[in-house]
Design a binder for this molecule. Structure first.
Ligand SMILES: [Zn+2]
Length: 132
């Protein structure tokens, strides 16, 4: 694991996050599709990391992918990092917060134009901050 600017101990993460958030964000889990209210969030605003508050996506880049997970075509610049994930017999690009390293989801090359990318993100890993 590389070092991230925002660091908490495992015990601190367990206190800060709900059990479901901890399982997704710190143990690379996946929420049940369609289970998160953020999937239906249509207001203008920012989606920030639920672990550290770093802005990761904006409402204008969210689209309905039909997968049951919040999906975006463009991340906030510098907000996330990706790494190669070969778990479950697949080669995928894992997405995590660039500030605290928490797991967010995966990015797939089948998104809409102009980026052609689909950031498939666990809603529990995000907090929504509506524009004032
Ligand atoms: Zn974070």
């Amino acid at each position: 694991m590389s070092e991230f600017p925002f660091q908490l101990s495992d015990g601190e993460w367990r206190q800060k996050l709900t059990p479901e958030q901890y399982q997704v964000m710190r143990q690379h889990g996946t929420e049940r599709p369609g289970s998160c209210d953020l999937l239906r969030e249509k207001r203008a605003g920012q989606f920030v990391c639920a672990g550290c508050g770093q802005p990761l996506f904006t409402s204008g880049t969210k689209f309905e992918s039909g997968t049951g997970w919040p999906s975006f075509d463009t991340p906030v610049e510098g907000g996330i990092e990706t790494s190669r994930d070969t778990s479950h017999g697949m080669v995928r690009m894992e997405v995590h917060c660039a500030n605290c390293g928490s797991h967010m989801g995966h990015v797939f090359p089948d998104g809409p134009p102009p980026t052609g990318l689909r950031y498939c993100i666990n809603g529990v890993a995000l907090d929504f901050v509506p524009d004032a």
